[in-house]
Design a protein around this ligand. Structure first.
Ligand code: HEM
Length: 313
Protein backbone atom coordinates (compact mmCIF):
# COMPACT_ATOMS: atom_id res chain seq x y z
CA UNK A 1 0.00 0.00 0.00
CA UNK A 2 3.00 2.28 0.42
CA UNK A 3 3.79 2.63 -3.25
CA UNK A 4 0.21 2.64 -4.46
CA UNK A 5 -1.21 4.81 -1.71
CA UNK A 6 1.61 7.20 -0.92
CA UNK A 7 3.93 6.84 -3.91
CA UNK A 8 6.74 5.43 -1.78
CA UNK A 9 7.78 2.10 -0.37
CA UNK A 10 7.68 1.72 3.42
CA UNK A 11 10.64 -0.63 3.06
CA UNK A 12 9.00 -3.43 5.00
CA UNK A 13 10.62 -6.13 2.85
CA UNK A 14 14.17 -4.81 3.09
CA UNK A 15 15.13 -7.16 5.89
CA UNK A 16 14.36 -10.81 6.59
CA UNK A 17 12.46 -9.95 9.76
CA UNK A 18 9.14 -8.33 10.49
CA UNK A 19 9.50 -4.57 10.16
CA UNK A 20 8.55 -2.35 13.11
CA UNK A 21 5.95 -0.71 10.82
CA UNK A 22 4.10 -4.03 10.58
CA UNK A 23 4.12 -4.33 14.39
CA UNK A 24 2.78 -0.78 14.68
CA UNK A 25 -0.07 -1.55 12.29
CA UNK A 26 -0.88 -4.79 14.13
CA UNK A 27 -0.97 -3.13 17.54
CA UNK A 28 -3.01 -0.24 16.12
CA UNK A 29 -5.57 -2.59 14.55
CA UNK A 30 -5.89 -4.57 17.78
CA UNK A 31 -6.72 -1.40 19.73
CA UNK A 32 -9.12 -0.14 17.05
CA UNK A 33 -10.90 -3.50 17.17
CA UNK A 34 -11.51 -3.27 20.91
CA UNK A 35 -12.68 0.34 20.76
CA UNK A 36 -14.90 -0.42 17.74
CA UNK A 37 -16.77 -3.12 19.68
CA UNK A 38 -17.06 -1.27 22.99
CA UNK A 39 -17.01 2.37 21.86
CA UNK A 40 -17.64 3.79 25.34
CA UNK A 41 -14.13 2.61 26.24
CA UNK A 42 -12.89 5.49 24.07
CA UNK A 43 -14.18 7.96 26.71
CA UNK A 44 -12.04 6.28 29.36
CA UNK A 45 -9.04 5.90 27.06
CA UNK A 46 -9.02 9.66 26.50
CA UNK A 47 -7.53 9.96 30.00
CA UNK A 48 -4.90 7.28 29.41
CA UNK A 49 -1.90 7.09 27.07
CA UNK A 50 -3.37 6.31 23.63
CA UNK A 51 -2.80 2.67 22.60
CA UNK A 52 -2.50 3.80 19.00
CA UNK A 53 -0.23 6.80 19.61
CA UNK A 54 2.81 5.19 17.98
CA UNK A 55 0.76 4.08 14.96
CA UNK A 56 -0.73 7.56 14.62
CA UNK A 57 2.70 9.18 14.89
CA UNK A 58 3.96 6.96 12.09
CA UNK A 59 0.90 7.83 9.96
CA UNK A 60 1.55 11.54 10.58
CA UNK A 61 5.11 11.14 9.29
CA UNK A 62 3.87 9.25 6.21
CA UNK A 63 1.24 11.90 5.54
CA UNK A 64 3.70 14.77 5.99
CA UNK A 65 6.12 13.11 3.63
CA UNK A 66 3.39 12.74 1.01
CA UNK A 67 2.14 16.32 1.45
CA UNK A 68 5.64 17.64 0.74
CA UNK A 69 6.51 15.19 -2.00
CA UNK A 70 7.65 16.74 -5.25
CA UNK A 71 5.49 14.93 -7.81
CA UNK A 72 7.45 16.32 -10.74
CA UNK A 73 10.58 14.52 -9.62
CA UNK A 74 10.60 11.11 -11.22
CA UNK A 75 11.32 8.72 -8.37
CA UNK A 76 10.46 5.60 -10.35
CA UNK A 77 7.35 4.79 -8.28
CA UNK A 78 3.70 4.83 -9.38
CA UNK A 79 2.97 8.07 -11.26
CA UNK A 80 -0.49 8.56 -9.75
CA UNK A 81 -0.95 7.28 -6.23
CA UNK A 82 -4.21 7.20 -4.24
CA UNK A 83 -3.18 10.39 -2.46
CA UNK A 84 -3.09 12.24 -5.76
CA UNK A 85 -6.89 11.85 -5.76
CA UNK A 86 -7.35 12.53 -2.06
CA UNK A 87 -5.37 15.77 -2.43
CA UNK A 88 -7.12 16.80 -5.64
CA UNK A 89 -3.85 16.72 -7.59
CA UNK A 90 -5.70 15.00 -10.42
CA UNK A 91 -8.19 17.85 -10.54
CA UNK A 92 -11.21 15.69 -9.74
CA UNK A 93 -12.36 16.53 -6.24
CA UNK A 94 -15.74 17.68 -4.94
CA UNK A 95 -14.25 19.31 -1.84
CA UNK A 96 -10.86 19.71 -0.24
CA UNK A 97 -10.20 17.25 2.59
CA UNK A 98 -8.89 18.66 5.85
CA UNK A 99 -5.87 17.35 7.73
CA UNK A 100 -7.94 15.18 10.08
CA UNK A 101 -9.76 13.54 7.17
CA UNK A 102 -6.50 12.91 5.35
CA UNK A 103 -5.00 11.36 8.47
CA UNK A 104 -8.02 9.04 8.79
CA UNK A 105 -7.80 8.08 5.14
CA UNK A 106 -4.13 7.27 5.72
CA UNK A 107 -5.08 4.90 8.50
CA UNK A 108 -7.94 3.36 6.53
CA UNK A 109 -5.76 2.76 3.50
CA UNK A 110 -2.96 1.11 5.47
CA UNK A 111 -5.24 -1.02 7.67
CA UNK A 112 -7.75 -1.96 4.96
CA UNK A 113 -5.30 -2.53 2.15
CA UNK A 114 -2.34 -4.33 3.71
CA UNK A 115 -3.05 -7.15 6.15
CA UNK A 116 -6.31 -8.13 4.48
CA UNK A 117 -4.66 -9.03 1.19
CA UNK A 118 -1.43 -10.40 2.67
CA UNK A 119 -3.37 -12.67 5.03
CA UNK A 120 -5.60 -13.89 2.21
CA UNK A 121 -2.51 -14.88 0.22
CA UNK A 122 -0.82 -16.48 3.23
CA UNK A 123 -3.86 -18.65 3.97
CA UNK A 124 -4.27 -19.56 0.31
CA UNK A 125 -0.65 -20.74 0.10
CA UNK A 126 -1.01 -22.52 3.43
CA UNK A 127 -3.96 -24.51 2.13
CA UNK A 128 -2.42 -25.21 -1.28
CA UNK A 129 0.77 -26.45 0.42
CA UNK A 130 -1.35 -29.26 1.90
CA UNK A 131 -2.57 -30.39 -1.50
CA UNK A 132 0.44 -30.90 -3.84
CA UNK A 133 -1.77 -32.23 -6.68
CA UNK A 134 -3.93 -29.10 -6.53
CA UNK A 135 -0.84 -26.89 -6.42
CA UNK A 136 0.48 -28.62 -9.53
CA UNK A 137 -2.82 -28.09 -11.37
CA UNK A 138 -2.80 -24.38 -10.48
CA UNK A 139 0.80 -24.19 -11.65
CA UNK A 140 -0.03 -25.77 -15.02
CA UNK A 141 -2.94 -23.35 -15.41
CA UNK A 142 -0.85 -20.24 -14.84
CA UNK A 143 2.17 -21.57 -16.75
CA UNK A 144 0.02 -21.57 -19.87
CA UNK A 145 -0.94 -17.94 -19.26
CA UNK A 146 2.51 -16.64 -18.29
CA UNK A 147 4.85 -18.72 -20.49
CA UNK A 148 7.85 -16.49 -19.70
CA UNK A 149 7.28 -17.10 -15.97
CA UNK A 150 5.94 -13.57 -15.52
CA UNK A 151 9.16 -11.84 -16.64
CA UNK A 152 7.14 -9.42 -18.79
CA UNK A 153 3.77 -8.38 -17.42
CA UNK A 154 1.17 -6.34 -19.23
CA UNK A 155 -2.49 -5.50 -18.88
CA UNK A 156 -3.34 -8.68 -20.76
CA UNK A 157 -1.45 -10.78 -18.17
CA UNK A 158 -3.82 -9.45 -15.50
CA UNK A 159 -6.83 -10.06 -17.75
CA UNK A 160 -5.70 -13.62 -18.44
CA UNK A 161 -5.26 -14.36 -14.73
CA UNK A 162 -8.75 -12.98 -14.14
CA UNK A 163 -10.58 -14.68 -17.03
CA UNK A 164 -8.59 -17.81 -17.89
CA UNK A 165 -7.44 -19.17 -14.55
CA UNK A 166 -10.58 -20.70 -13.01
CA UNK A 167 -8.71 -22.93 -10.57
CA UNK A 168 -6.44 -20.15 -9.28
CA UNK A 169 -9.49 -17.94 -8.77
CA UNK A 170 -11.38 -20.79 -7.09
CA UNK A 171 -8.47 -21.22 -4.66
CA UNK A 172 -8.65 -17.50 -3.83
CA UNK A 173 -12.44 -17.61 -3.30
CA UNK A 174 -12.05 -20.67 -1.11
CA UNK A 175 -9.25 -19.15 0.98
CA UNK A 176 -11.43 -16.06 1.47
CA UNK A 177 -14.27 -18.35 2.55
CA UNK A 178 -12.34 -20.51 4.99
CA UNK A 179 -10.16 -17.71 6.37
CA UNK A 180 -12.06 -14.44 5.83
CA UNK A 181 -9.56 -11.60 6.41
CA UNK A 182 -12.22 -9.62 8.31
CA UNK A 183 -13.74 -12.52 10.28
CA UNK A 184 -16.37 -10.59 12.25
CA UNK A 185 -17.60 -8.41 9.42
CA UNK A 186 -18.44 -4.77 10.05
CA UNK A 187 -21.23 -3.25 12.06
CA UNK A 188 -24.34 -1.51 10.81
CA UNK A 189 -26.96 0.50 12.68
CA UNK A 190 -30.61 -0.29 11.96
CA UNK A 191 -32.55 2.53 10.35
CA UNK A 192 -35.55 4.41 11.77
CA UNK A 193 -37.85 1.57 10.65
CA UNK A 194 -35.83 -0.99 12.59
CA UNK A 195 -35.37 -4.43 11.11
CA UNK A 196 -37.58 -7.52 10.96
CA UNK A 197 -35.68 -10.81 10.89
CA UNK A 198 -37.00 -13.76 8.80
CA UNK A 199 -38.41 -15.43 11.95
CA UNK A 200 -40.43 -12.30 12.74
CA UNK A 201 -38.22 -10.93 15.52
CA UNK A 202 -38.06 -7.12 15.45
CA UNK A 203 -34.75 -5.36 16.01
CA UNK A 204 -35.51 -1.79 17.09
CA UNK A 205 -34.09 1.21 15.27
CA UNK A 206 -30.66 2.48 16.22
CA UNK A 207 -29.39 -0.99 17.17
CA UNK A 208 -25.85 -1.91 16.21
CA UNK A 209 -25.94 -5.23 14.32
CA UNK A 210 -23.39 -7.31 12.51
CA UNK A 211 -23.26 -10.62 10.68
CA UNK A 212 -20.31 -12.80 11.55
CA UNK A 213 -18.57 -13.65 8.29
CA UNK A 214 -16.48 -16.53 9.67
CA UNK A 215 -19.59 -18.24 11.05
CA UNK A 216 -21.60 -17.83 7.84
CA UNK A 217 -18.68 -19.15 5.82
CA UNK A 218 -18.27 -22.24 8.01
CA UNK A 219 -21.94 -23.07 8.36
CA UNK A 220 -22.84 -26.43 6.78
CA UNK A 221 -26.20 -24.94 5.74
CA UNK A 222 -24.28 -22.68 3.36
CA UNK A 223 -21.30 -24.75 2.24
CA UNK A 224 -20.95 -28.53 2.16
CA UNK A 225 -18.06 -29.86 4.28
CA UNK A 226 -17.45 -26.31 5.39
CA UNK A 227 -14.19 -26.98 7.24
CA UNK A 228 -12.55 -28.44 4.12
CA UNK A 229 -10.49 -26.36 1.66
CA UNK A 230 -12.32 -27.42 -1.49
CA UNK A 231 -11.76 -24.95 -4.36
CA UNK A 232 -13.75 -27.20 -6.70
CA UNK A 233 -16.96 -26.05 -4.99
CA UNK A 234 -16.53 -22.79 -6.93
CA UNK A 235 -16.17 -24.53 -10.28
CA UNK A 236 -19.72 -25.81 -10.59
CA UNK A 237 -22.86 -23.66 -10.46
CA UNK A 238 -24.28 -25.67 -7.54
CA UNK A 239 -20.94 -26.35 -5.80
CA UNK A 240 -21.20 -23.68 -3.13
CA UNK A 241 -24.82 -24.29 -2.38
CA UNK A 242 -25.42 -20.84 -0.90
CA UNK A 243 -22.89 -18.60 -2.59
CA UNK A 244 -24.85 -15.58 -1.30
CA UNK A 245 -23.53 -16.35 2.16
CA UNK A 246 -20.00 -15.65 0.90
CA UNK A 247 -19.16 -12.09 1.84
CA UNK A 248 -15.46 -11.56 2.56
CA UNK A 249 -15.67 -8.02 1.16
CA UNK A 250 -18.92 -7.07 2.92
CA UNK A 251 -22.11 -5.84 1.31
CA UNK A 252 -23.73 -2.53 0.45
CA UNK A 253 -22.64 1.06 0.10
CA UNK A 254 -19.55 0.68 2.29
CA UNK A 255 -18.44 -2.69 0.99
CA UNK A 256 -14.76 -3.00 0.12
CA UNK A 257 -13.59 -0.36 -2.30
CA UNK A 258 -10.30 -2.19 -2.86
CA UNK A 259 -11.80 -5.52 -3.95
CA UNK A 260 -10.62 -5.44 -7.57
CA UNK A 261 -7.20 -4.21 -6.57
CA UNK A 262 -6.97 -7.01 -4.01
CA UNK A 263 -7.94 -9.59 -6.65
CA UNK A 264 -5.30 -8.29 -9.06
CA UNK A 265 -2.64 -8.45 -6.38
CA UNK A 266 -3.63 -11.89 -5.12
CA UNK A 267 -3.85 -13.45 -8.58
CA UNK A 268 -0.48 -12.11 -9.62
CA UNK A 269 1.45 -12.84 -6.44
CA UNK A 270 0.02 -16.34 -6.07
CA UNK A 271 0.61 -17.14 -9.73
CA UNK A 272 4.24 -16.01 -9.60
CA UNK A 273 4.74 -17.77 -6.28
CA UNK A 274 3.59 -21.17 -7.50
CA UNK A 275 5.58 -20.76 -10.72
CA UNK A 276 8.76 -20.00 -8.82
CA UNK A 277 8.50 -22.17 -5.71
CA UNK A 278 7.54 -25.57 -4.44
CA UNK A 279 6.03 -25.15 -1.04
CA UNK A 280 5.52 -27.64 1.78
CA UNK A 281 4.47 -27.30 5.36
CA UNK A 282 5.31 -29.77 8.13
CA UNK A 283 2.37 -31.04 10.24
CA UNK A 284 3.72 -29.50 13.46
CA UNK A 285 4.21 -26.12 11.77
CA UNK A 286 0.69 -26.32 10.31
CA UNK A 287 -0.78 -27.11 13.70
CA UNK A 288 1.09 -24.22 15.36
CA UNK A 289 -0.04 -21.86 12.61
CA UNK A 290 -3.70 -22.88 12.90
CA UNK A 291 -3.58 -22.51 16.67
CA UNK A 292 -2.15 -19.00 16.34
CA UNK A 293 -5.04 -17.60 14.27
CA UNK A 294 -6.85 -14.72 16.01
CA UNK A 295 -9.64 -12.33 15.15
CA UNK A 296 -8.41 -8.84 15.85
CA UNK A 297 -10.66 -7.06 13.31
CA UNK A 298 -8.33 -8.14 10.51
CA UNK A 299 -7.42 -11.80 10.92
CA UNK A 300 -3.99 -12.33 12.47
CA UNK A 301 -1.76 -15.34 12.78
CA UNK A 302 1.73 -16.21 13.93
CA UNK A 303 4.60 -16.96 11.59
CA UNK A 304 3.95 -19.64 8.99
CA UNK A 305 7.01 -21.91 8.81
CA UNK A 306 7.23 -23.51 5.36
CA UNK A 307 9.82 -25.22 3.27
CA UNK A 308 10.40 -23.48 -0.07
CA UNK A 309 12.28 -24.85 -3.03
CA UNK A 310 13.05 -22.52 -5.93
CA UNK A 311 11.83 -23.90 -9.26
CA UNK A 312 13.32 -21.47 -11.76
CA UNK A 313 15.71 -18.54 -11.69
C1 HEM B 1 -8.56 -9.72 0.33
C2 HEM B 1 -8.49 -8.44 0.53
C3 HEM B 1 -9.55 -7.60 1.20
C4 HEM B 1 -10.64 -7.97 1.95
C5 HEM B 1 -11.09 -9.37 2.31
C6 HEM B 1 -11.31 -6.75 2.34
C7 HEM B 1 -12.47 -6.71 3.11
C8 HEM B 1 -13.14 -5.56 3.43
C9 HEM B 1 -14.35 -5.50 4.24
C10 HEM B 1 -15.05 -6.71 4.86
C11 HEM B 1 -14.72 -4.21 4.33
C12 HEM B 1 -15.92 -3.67 5.09
C13 HEM B 1 -17.13 -3.77 4.22
C14 HEM B 1 -18.40 -3.41 4.90
O1 HEM B 1 -18.51 -2.33 5.47
O2 HEM B 1 -19.31 -4.22 4.84
C15 HEM B 1 -13.74 -3.43 3.59
C16 HEM B 1 -13.79 -2.07 3.45
C17 HEM B 1 -12.81 -1.33 2.83
N1 HEM B 1 -11.72 -1.80 2.15
FE1 HEM B 1 -11.24 -3.74 1.90
N2 HEM B 1 -10.64 -5.68 1.82
C18 HEM B 1 -9.55 -6.15 1.12
C19 HEM B 1 -8.61 -5.40 0.43
C20 HEM B 1 -8.61 -4.04 0.34
C21 HEM B 1 -7.63 -3.27 -0.39
C22 HEM B 1 -6.45 -3.82 -1.20
C23 HEM B 1 -7.94 -1.97 -0.22
C24 HEM B 1 -7.17 -0.86 -0.85
C25 HEM B 1 -7.14 0.33 -0.51
C26 HEM B 1 -9.15 -1.91 0.60
C27 HEM B 1 -9.81 -0.77 0.99
C28 HEM B 1 -10.99 -0.73 1.71
C29 HEM B 1 -11.64 0.50 2.12
C30 HEM B 1 -11.15 1.93 1.83
C31 HEM B 1 -12.79 0.13 2.81
C32 HEM B 1 -13.83 1.04 3.45
C33 HEM B 1 -14.94 1.33 2.47
C34 HEM B 1 -15.97 2.29 3.05
O3 HEM B 1 -16.13 2.37 4.26
O4 HEM B 1 -16.63 2.97 2.25
N3 HEM B 1 -9.52 -3.19 0.90
N4 HEM B 1 -12.80 -4.28 3.05
Amino acid sequence: MGELGFGRSFGTLQEARTSHVVHLVERGVRAINTIGNVPYVAHILRFLPSPIAAFEAWLTTALDWRLHKDRKKDDGLVPTDVFAYLLGEEGKQRRKLNRKELQQDCMLMVVAGSDTTSNAMTFCLFEMAHQPALLERVRREVEALLPDGGAELSESSFEALRDEAPLLNACIFEALRLWPPVPSGLQRTTTTDGMVLPGGMVVPHGTVVSTHTWTMHRDARNFYQPERFAPERWLSPTGAHNAKAWSPFGFGATSCIGKQLAYMEMRLVLALFVLRFDIAVAPAAAQAFRASVRDQFVIAAGALQVSLQRRRA
